[in-house]
Design a protein around this ligand. Structure first.
Ligand SMILES: [Cu+2]
Length: 202
C-alpha cells in the first residue's frame, strides 16, 4: 500500500514538471526525435547499389538507439533490403523511407535507364512562336527547362498519365518540369494555334 502511494506522487510530480529544474519523464522510444540519413538524394544505374544508413537522434541531436525499418515507394524502380541496401531495378524515381520508433526520414533515388545514354536534362526554346526542338527526348527522371522570351506563351500538356503540371502564360523566365514516367507527352501553347511540341521520356 505504502509504496503504491509513493509511486503515484512521483508520477504526478513528473507530469506537472513544466518549471525549471524539473526532471523530465523518461522519454518514450529512446527519445527518437529525428532520423538522419547518410544520403538523401542519389542517382543509380540499373543494378547499382547504394548503402543507406539511418541514425536516430534525440531532440538535442544526440545519437540514440533504434533499428530502422526500410521501405521503398516503388520497389520496381529501387528496392531496399532490411539492412538499407538500395538496388536500382528499372528507370524511374523512388522514395526510400527509414522508419525508427515512429519517426521517419526519406531519400529520393533516381534510377536511370540501363545504358541508354539519354540526357537527364534538356531545354526547349520558343523562337518565332514555335517550340524548338519540336521533339525532346530524355531519360526517365529527367528535367526539361522551358525558356520563355518576351512573348507570352504557355505549355499545356495533353492529357496523358504521368504528365507534369501545365505552365501558365509566362514571359522572360525559365520553368523546369520533371518527367518521372516513361511516355510521349505532347504539349501546346494555346495562345498560338499550331504551336506544339513533344517530350519523349524513355
Ligand atoms: Cu505561344
Amino acid at each position: 500500500m505504502k509504496s503504491y502511494r509513493v509511486l503515484l506522487l512521483v508520477f504526478a510530480a513528473a507530469c506537472s514538471g513544466g518549471g525549471g529544474g524539473a526532471t523530465s519523464p523518461a522519454p518514450a522510444n529512446n527519445g527518437v526525435a529525428s532520423v538522419s540519413l547518410n544520403v538523401t538524394s542519389a542517382q543509380l544505374g540499373v543494378g547499382q547499389t547504394l548503402q543507406l544508413t539511418a541514425t536516430p537522434l534525440t531532440n538535442t541531436g544526440t545519437v540514440t538507439i533504434g533499428t530502422p525499418t526500410w521501405s521503398s515507394s516503388a520497389s520496381n524502380v529501387a528496392a531496399v533490403s532490411t539492412g538499407g541496401l538500395v538496388t536500382g531495378v528499372s528507370a524511374g524515381i523512388a522514395t526510400i523511407t527509414a522508419l525508427v520508433s515512429g519517426v521517419n526520414a526519406t531519400a529520393t533515388v533516381t534510377v536511370s535507364g540501363s545504358g541508354g545514354g539519354l540526357p537527364l536534362a534538356a531545354e526547349v526554346t520558343m523562337p518565332g512562336n514555335t517550340f524548338s526542338p519540336f521533339l525532346t527526348t530524355i531519360g526517365v527522371g529527367g528535367t526539361v527547362t522551358f525558356r520563355f522570351g518576351s512573348v507570352d506563351h504557355n505549355v499545356i500538356f495533353q492529357s496523358v498519365a504521368g504528365k507534369p503540371t501545365d505552365i501558365q502564360i509566362t514571359t522572360n523566365a525559365n520553368v523546369a518540369r520533371l518527367f518521372s514516367t516513361k511516355g510521349l507527352y505532347g504539349f501546346d501553347c494555346t495562345v498560338h494555334p499550331g504551336m506544339s511540341g513533344q517530350v519523349e521520356v524513355k
